[in-house]
Design a protein around this ligand. Structure first.
Ligand code: AMP
Ligand code: GLY
Length: 426
């Protein structure tokens, strides 16, 4: 079976590694992939958003299955284009990917289907947004660009001045480009964040292990928002009772609502949840696997990812079980100094071979390339590696992940020292 995975991050590395555990014989391509992915798949130099080239590659090479992983190509209609040529694809069509592509759509959808989410107002005019903020007395307040913004389009304003300057940057200075032509201003929710990913064929939804992300750059959740600096799974606060509540109030109504609106969602649906005193709320939907959650969730999947994906494509997810392994996982992201703003690239990475010797430790590559001249991986992005460990307990998994981190080095590397602490780990 010839499989093409679109994307280039640690998430894609984790997906490909899991696919290779399948009993089915596979030949895997990644576009564009990265240095680490190049060790286990054939990397193809096509940008993840180049729909025409991707369709041509998949057709010419008789690809049996395309897994479209990142948000941009999904929202832009990569699956629509592939399926129109008869190519089997995993991921939602653009009409369903809008759940992530437009926060304004997601919020009005939740309102229509009585799915709990923060109260909000929607604005396309700067003057109206400004007038609304002038009237607000309760802070912090949350301001979100409507469209995709590399995970950076959410600002928590602590006071009126911050809120005013934020809407000016988004709506007048276009700091997120067209994504900020429309904004959402919403109520700040207090509680515990939990990420839950689910696999769905649009009718049946099966959740994977819950996870905890660490979005800020520095320890104790300080500093700028990033793509995610680490994760653990399962989330210790995601109890069976809470899972049941989320299923009834959020997961099932989402799938049902999308179906009713003729937006059948197939693929991975990611629920960013806030567990408040009055129950679970949706902070955001993503129409894809989360990063770095995937790096901690897939190693805990007991069974065949490819089988699950094929069940979605063939519409028989009802016949397949999703089983989880016992134990815990932890992933610590090593990033380039200066990330998420400005950073240098092309630094050689040392210690990867030593880290490989630790049992149940996997180093997922995100921003790396292989430099043939020096026979080493070098840094090529903001998030460079996701050092991920599996163990019987969360404490052991975290300890082991940091053992790996301490063996690996590159110039100006940064990482958080408190991954999992919020979950009560030592
Ligand atoms: P997002 O990019 O939508 O994941 O948002 C980034 C982060 O902003 C989330 O992970 C939350 O920590 C925070 N956030 C978003 N919306 C809210 C909200 N309504 N209340 C509190 N925090 C929020
Ligand atoms: N870790 C959150 C995301 O993938 O958007």
């Amino acid at each position: 079976m010839k499989i093409l995975v679109i994307g280039s991050g640690g998430r894609e590395h984790a997906i490909i590694k899991k696919l290779k555990e399948s009993k089915q014989e596979t030949e895997i391509f990644a576009a564009p992939g990265n240095g680490g992915i190049g060790e286990i798949a054939q990397c193809i130099n096509i940008s993840a958003t180049d729909i025409d080239k991707m369709v041509t590659f998949a057709t010419d090479n008789h690809i049996d299955l395309v897994i479209v992983t990142p948000d941009d190509p999904l929202v832009q209609g990569m699956v629509d284009a592939l399926e129109s040529k008869g190519i089997k694809s995993f991921g939602p069509r653009s009409i369903a990917a809008v759940l992530e592509g437009s926060k304004s759509f997601a919020k009005s959808f939740m309102k229509r289907h009585f799915i709990p989410t923060a109260d909000y107002e929607d604005f396309t005019s700067y003057a109206d947004a400004k007038e609304y903020i002038e009237q607000q007395t309760k802070y912090p307040i949350v301001i979100k660009a409507d469209g995709l913004a590399l995970g950076k389009g959410v600002i928590i304003a602590q006071n009126k001045d911050e809120a005013l300057s934020c809407i000016k940057s988004i709506m007048l200075n276009h700091c997120f480009g067209k994504s900020g032509n429309q904004i959402i201003i919403e109520e700040f929710l207090e509680g515990t964040e939990i990420s839950v990913m689910a696999i769905t064929d649009g009718k049946i939804i099966r959740t994977l292990t819950s996870a905890m992300d660490h979005k800020r750059i520095s320890d104790n959740d300080l500093g700028l928002n990033t793509g995610g600096m680490g994760a653990i799974a399962p989330h210790p606060l995601y109890t069976k009772a809470l899972a049941k509540e989320c299923n009834e109030k959020i997961f099932k109504p989402t799938i049902k609502g999308m179906l009713e609106e003729d937006r059948l969602f197939k693929g991975i649906l990611y629920f960013g949840l806030m567990i408040t005193k009055s129950g679970p709320y949706v902070i955001e939907y993503n129409c894809r696997f989360g990063d770095p959650e995937t790096q901690v969730v897939l190693p805990l999947l007991d069974g065949d990812l490819l089988g699950l994906i094929m069940a979605v494509c063939d519409g028989n997810l009802d016949k397949v079980e999703v089983k989880q392994k016992p134990g815990s996982t932890a992933c610590v992201i090593m990033a380039s100094g200066g990330y998420p703003v400005k950073y240098q690239k092309s630094y050689p990475i040392d210690g990867l071979d030593q880290a490989k010797l630790i049992s149940d430790l996997t180093v997922y590559h995100a921003g790396t390339t292989y430099d043939k001249n020096i026979s080493k991986f070098i840094t090529s992005g903001g998030r460079v590696l996701g050092v991920t460990a599996y163990a019987n307990t969360l404490d052991e998994a975290i300890k082991k992940a940091y053992q790996g981190v301490h063996l690996i080095s590159f110039k100006d590397a940064i990482y958080r020292n408190d991954i999992g602490k919020k979950a009560g780990a030592k």
